[in-house]
Design a binder for this molecule. Structure first.
Ligand code: ZN
Length: 436
């Protein structure tokens, strides 16, 4: 570890780095044994009492009964009064930028460096909130998320494992555009990297985004709550255009996540073969049946509406945005409940970035209030989220061979998911970032 990095970690306060623990692999890697009073087994859907999790380097080596002796030389972390879970996963986060406020053109007032440093702050805050993996579903200034992801991987920045969208694929003036400038003002190209009209342009922009280093494609299929002048219920792409994105992404071995509020837009996206529907606020029974049939994931940010309604009014957000938020919040929760009952695959996603990243776990109790069991809610934010991302070979459960990504809260987590809003322990890749 460089002196510079050590200094940063010390300044960072809550972050604690065991000497020599980073990213070592093999038989001489440091060994840590974590005593878990309760281990949330998301694969079997049960709590296992008194377990010993053996971590070697950045991976989980074994999960043993608590009576087992820790390996020789292992450093023991005692979480016997805690519930230990796999690191949480948010499939709908925005790590780049400052909080959305009344000014839709805020990104134009910030330099690329400011945008990047906002990502440094948000990534750290997300990790310390217990989210060791996120899917970042878009930034107005293209590819800043790619740079952030790489800086986290090489250790420059502290943050979660991140898959990124690079930019928004959106029609001209659509839900993924910066809006609010005068009609004769030209928005710079780096904010319009994914703007595409017609199947051929969609293919071209998908190629540019994936060549630019994005991991998957975020396509804006309908209008958006937070984009002035667009209607959440209105479709913005044809099924043919969405299919062009899906096919082009598949050529690169990846998939499309579709922002879609309106029922027609959801159905077009599902028929076209997208992997996930984001928001799904105005979903209807036909769309739910179609998603169930096709195995499409639903990522519904059902906490977010309350935050926008209160903070948005306090901070004087645009009336149009507040009205659209009111029109979608209850509908989204009702649709979510129906989708849960119908057995649609659901992964946790919050739209954090619209609200402070440290609140990223606030949605878990909402999911229980709207039809899930506590274990289902936890699974949506761990194993299911990992499956949606295609990362269930490395994260999403506490199992041998997976990354040692663990969080812990005091007491019985199933009795109160609210405790996850304030996790007491965070380990990512065998490194402890927060401890009791
Ligand atoms: Zn979003």
């Amino acid at each position: 570890m460089s002196l510079g990095r050590l200094a940063f970690l010390l300044v960072a306060g809550a972050v604690w780095l065991p000497a020599g623990a980073q990213a070592q692999r093999g038989t001489d890697a440091p060994v840590v044994a974590v005593r878990a009073g309760r281990l949330v087994d998301v694969e079997r859907g049960e709590i296992r009492r008194d377990q010993l999790i053996v971590v070697r380097g950045d991976r989980i080596e074994a999960v043993l009964p608590g009576s087992a002796r820790p390996p020789a030389g292992a450093r023991v972390i005692d979480l016997s009064r805690f519930s230990v879970l796999p690191g949480l996963i948010d499939c709908h986060a925005h790590l780049i930028g400052d909080l959305t406020d009344a000014d839709a053109l805020l990104p134009l007032q910030r330099s690329g460096a400011q945008e990047a440093f906002s990502g440094v702050r948000n990534a750290r805050s997300t990790l310390l909130a217990g989210f060791t993996t996120v899917r970042d579903v878009g930034t107005y200034r293209a590819l800043v998320d790619v740079a952030l992801r790489d800086a986290i991987v090489d250790g420059t920045v502290i943050g979660p494992r991140t898959a990124v969208a690079g930019a928004y694929v959106t029609v001209t003036g659509g839900g993924g555009e910066l809006v609010g400038a005068a009609p004769d003002v030209t928005i710079p190209a780096e904010y319009r990297f994914g703007v595409a009209n017609g199947a051929d342009e969609v293919r071209a922009r998908v190629r540019a985004i994936l060549s630019g280093g994005a991991d998957f494609v975020k396509l804006i299929a309908t209008g958006a709550v937070l984009t002035q002048g667009t209607k959440p219920g209105a479709s913005e792409y044809t099924e043919e255009e969405i299919r062009a994105a899906v096919e082009q992404a598949a050529e690169y071995g990846t998939y499309v996540a579709a922002h879609a509020h309106g029922a027609e837009g959801i159905k077009r996206a599902v028929r076209a073969g997208v992997r996930s529907i984001e928001h799904g606020s105005l979903i209807d029974d036909e769309a739910i049946a179609l998603m169930k049939e096709k195995g499409t994931w639903l990522v519904a940010d059902i906490y977010n509406g309350d935050y926008i309604a209160s903070a948005g009014r306090e901070q004087g957000w645009d009336e149009e945005i507040l009205r659209k938020n009111d029109e979608t919040t209850d509908a989204q929760r009702a649709g979510f409940r129906k989708a849960v009952a119908a057995g649609v695959r659901i992964a946790y996603g919050t739209d954090s970035g619209v609200y402070p990243h440290r609140f990223a776990a606030r949605q878990l109790p909402y999911m229980v209030r709207h039809g899930m069991t506590p274990m289902q809610a936890i699974r949506s934010a761990t194993l299911s989220a990992a499956e949606l991302m295609g990362w269930d070979d490395r994260v999403g459960s506490v199992a041998p061979g997976k990354y040692a990504d663990l969080v812990a809260v005091q007491g019985d987590v199933l009795a109160s998911l609210e405790t996850l809003e304030n996790v007491g322990f965070v380990m990512k890749g065998g490194i402890v970032y927060k401890r009791p």
